[in-house]
Design a protein around this ligand. Structure first.
Ligand SMILES: *Cc1c(COP(=O)(O)O)cnc(C)c1O
Length: 410
């Protein structure tokens, strides 16, 4: 456990860092007023030495907890060897990383990128190129079907098909070529799909929307309608994937294989941004030299950390922890329904807790939890998103759930 006060800079207190952030950092976030200085496992320590239980895990970027020893060791070892080459040259981490990620996910080929949004952008480009070259869609007419309340990142193209006014408005002109359907409603996709459809892009569980689990037949029906119309199914598993829901990929709960998956967040082990598009050889294979790239994508440090993440995931230990602790989490949160909680959604160690009308806002509840030493964050106005690191102990998990029960009970 991190001991309070070690390495904490005592010249400043939280308020001074808050003032600096407010003065010099862009105001594109509304963080809780806590200033973290160090962390280990499921625990974080602020600049004043106060300890907090992490119930957010960096939106699933910290699935393995803070500074997992094997991940830190892999990063440190690679830091002392080679960090960057650009893709102008080969290096000895890229091939093994791609092979191991393909084998882990049961796919053929890997396109490494950095952020999640870049992975989604890359999948969109691949799907369009594939539509023109393989499916024979007339140029500039490819359509991609997406779902309402989606969250796929923040680039201009991705926010073009966001239905969240804050993410979308006043960032136009917007990229055309996206068709909105209703999340969870396969019929709306069956109605929208056409010979011009390159792909259907969905989150198997919508995280940002409030951990929304679609009906059990949703993904299987999307798979079927994509097959019938020769369109690609792209599952954005950036938040739902890599053991968060108790499976390597959340879409596996519904027995569905996608043609392309986007991965990110936990792929970087909580150390650095690592993302990827993984999928079919004949689809990712459409990209030729010069048609896509990234200076940092697949760099040696990222690939070495990614390989260490893959080693952890191969053990199945984290998937199992998510299943077991997740069952406990959902059992206990379920008991709060009718006691300040209207609904609990999710899978594995991942939950959206819908606060009952008359209760605190999600923001107020997050602040009250912070005062009790538990850090999570609202998503939407009245939903708490609970996503502890998968290394959390059962005892600590109960501590956090007790705090939630206390804050929401009425
Ligand atoms: C976080 C997220 C992204 C974007 O990832 P960034 O690394 O923030 O660009 C895309 N899709 C989903 C489902 C996400 O949760």
């Amino acid at each position: 456990m991190a001991t309070a006060h070690t390495h904490v800079d005592t010249r400043y207190r939280a308020t001074e860092f808050l003032a600096l952030d407010d003065r010099y950092s862009a105001h594109n976030y509304h963080p809780l007023p806590v200033v973290i200085a160090e962390a280990e496992g499921a625990w974080m320590t602020d600049v004043d030495g106060r300890r907090y239980l992490d119930f957010l895990a960096g939106y699933s970027a910290l699935n393995f907890g803070h500074r997992h020893p094997e991940l830190v060791a892999a990063a440190t070892e690679q830091l002392n060897k080679l960090t960057l080459t650009s893709r102008a040259f080969h290096h000895d981490q890229l091939g093994p990383f791609c092979q191991e990620l393909a084998e882990l996910t049961g796919t053929d080929r890997v396109l490494p990128m950095n952020s999640g949004a870049e992975a989604v952008e890359s999948a969109i480009k691949i799907a369009r190129k594939w539509a023109y070259q393989v499916k024979g869609v007339p140029e500039n007419q490819a359509e991609i079907i997406v779902a309402g309340s989606n969250f796929h990142g923040r680039t201009t193209t991705i926010v073009s098909f966001s239905t969240d006014p804050e993410a979308h408005d006043e960032f136009g002109p917007y990229t055309p070529g996206f068709t909105l359907t209703d999340y969870g409603d396969a019929t709306s996709v069956e109605a929208a799909i056409s010979e011009r459809t390159a792909a259907v892009l969905v989150e198997p569980i919508q995280g940002e929307a409030g951990v929304v689990v679609p009906p059990a037949d949703y993904l299987p029906r999307l798979r079927r309608v994509c097959d019938e119309h020769g369109a690609l199914l792209i599952c954005d598993e950036i938040q739902s994937g890599l053991a968060r829901t108790g499976e390597l990929l959340a879409s596996a709960h519904d027995g569905v294989r996608a043609d392309l998956y986007t991965l990110g967040k936990a792929l970087g082990g909580g150390i650095l941004p690592v993302s990827a598009v993984v999928g079919r050889d004949d689809v990712i294979g459409v990209l030729q030299p010069g048609q896509h790239g990234s200076t940092f994508g697949g760099n040696p440090l990222a690939a070495a950390v990614g390989r260490a993440v893959i080693r952890l995931l191969r053990t199945g230990e984290f998937q199992e922890r998510s299943r077991e602790l997740g069952a406990h989490l959902h059992r206990r949160l379920g008991e709060l329904i009718g006691h300040g909680v209207a609904e609990v959604r999710g899978r594995g160690l991942w939950a959206g807790v819908e606060i009952a009308p008359g209760g605190p806002t999600g923001r107020a509840a997050s602040e009250a939890l912070m005062a009790q030493g538990v850090l999570c964050k609202e998503t939407q106005a009245s939903t708490l998103r609970i996503a502890p690191p998968l290394v959390v102990s059962r005892e600590d998990l109960d501590t956090g759930i007790d705090a939630i029960a206390g804050v929401l009970a009425r």
